[in-house]
Design a protein around this ligand. Sequence first.
Ligand SMILES: Cc1cc2nc3c(=O)[nH]c(=O)nc-3n(C[C@H](O)[C@H](O)[C@H](O)COP(=O)(O)OP(=O)(O)OC[C@H]3O[C@@H](n4cnc5c(N)ncnc54)[C@H](O)[C@@H]3O)c2cc1C
Length: 482
Amino acid sequence: MNGITMKNNPIETGLSRRQWVGLAAGGLATGLLPFAGWADSGVTSLRSVKGRKPVTVASELATTGISGQRVVVVGGGMAGMTVAKYLRLWGGSGLQVTLVEPDALYTSSIMSNLVLNGSRNISTLQFTRDALTTRYGVVRKAGSVVAIDRNTRTVTLSDQSTLMYDRLVLAPGVSFDDAYGLTQADYEARTPHAWRAGAQTTLLRQQVVAMRDKDVFVMTIPKAPYRCPPGPYERACVVADHLKTTQRAGCQVIVLDENPSIQAERHTFETAFGQTHAGVIRYVPGVTGITIDPMTKVVSYVDALGVSQVIQARVVNPIVPHRATGSEAGGWLAQAGLNNGTAGRWANVNVLSYESTAAGAVGIHVIGDASSCGMPKAGHVANQEAKICADAIVRLMTGGQPDPQPVANSACYSPITAKTASWLTAVYQYDSADGKMKIASNGGQLLINGVPAVPTEAATVSQDNFKDMGTWFTTLMRDTAA
Ligand SMILES: Cc1cc2nc3c(=O)[nH]c(=O)nc-3n(C[C@H](O)[C@H](O)[C@H](O)COP(=O)(O)OP(=O)(O)OC[C@H]3O[C@@H](n4cnc5c(N)ncnc54)[C@H](O)[C@@H]3O)c2cc1C
């Protein structure tokens, strides 16, 4: 081990950067300034406060000797915002960082299941990226990347303008397949997956509100790996709880899982399905052959015993298979040859630096859900990958090598009802034997406050966990975007 001591704060990366210590001491505290507020839902919320004087942290930017280097970051989500911020903090003012992102506001998918039961309004999940510019000097460019030229080290944007880079960081998240007989137009208008928060989340909320006694809500879960392993099970719980507490009699939530079993927090969700929401949630693992008629909402599938089944649903929420954005046939990531992960869906990376392992992709890094690195596809993990990547780029630009033993951690909270939640946490460390990040449970090699690190889920769901969830989310978003 490299002597890293993990602190209690789950957002802290454990990277041994002098700059991080400075940030932890002062930056996070001042980082609270551009955001404030508690949502009327009772859940912690961050909102941009209009009219507040921008705070700059120029004095906190590191002095590194880097000069005239350009990093272009593609995608301003959980991974992209974090890497842009930390590249400037750790790389200093001589490192020019440009963030390319089409959407004016970031809408957090984290906590978006709480829109479905009315606990939150989607606007409480929306964040500006202004602090990246006003506090850290990140240059922002509105638009989408449509092509990468590896030879000239140039990206082309949707308006046909180009940007040159010395290093390129791709953080474009995921896009969703046409699947089960459905198209993108169906997701937008009739059968929302709502697996990237936004208009589809609001549509799904409206459909849940319109449910009547004895109506059936069917959701599907794709084969792993998919975005947010506990998220679909959490959604089933939140919807079931809402149907019960709003006195819709005889309604059912049917969960069709293409996986053989629950993929995260198994104890928590087995208890939730079998006890807390017994009689409302029906969990069906190991299904195949799902087809959905978007007009009639008839869902067909083959169960684990090979028997064909048909359900007449009122609401269908297909969490369809997804992939790194741009990795579809003809997509910009695929054209650049970067989708060398499973079945061309993800980007394989060297997890010491998040540099792509595709042939000839020197200087191109892929972070967040788009990459394949051994850790789950989650926002907290995206934040950690971004910091490891930023640290590695700064080391490389100053003549060093990436940290040979990175450590990352992940925390995840899942609402089980409108007032209670569970949690899951894990620490990951680099396994040099196969070059992957692995859960640190090997004989207490890694100690957190003297305790061996093992993946842990909450023993019980509780209201305290629900409150902690708000604090965790607020802290994560401040660290990412403020
Ligand atoms: C219901 C739900 C609940 C969740 N709960 C949790 C949770 O409790 N904890 C947790 O850790 N995670 C959770 N997640 C997962 C989390 O939201 C994702 O893992 C995280 O957002 C991934 O970050 P990312 O930066 O890779 O992608 P995103 O956050 O999706 O950001 C990708 C960005 O790239 C931009 N982009 C795409 N293409 C281009 C292009 N060509 N050019 C420029 N920009 C582009 C997009 O506009 C977007 O802003 C949840 C997800 C869902 C759906």
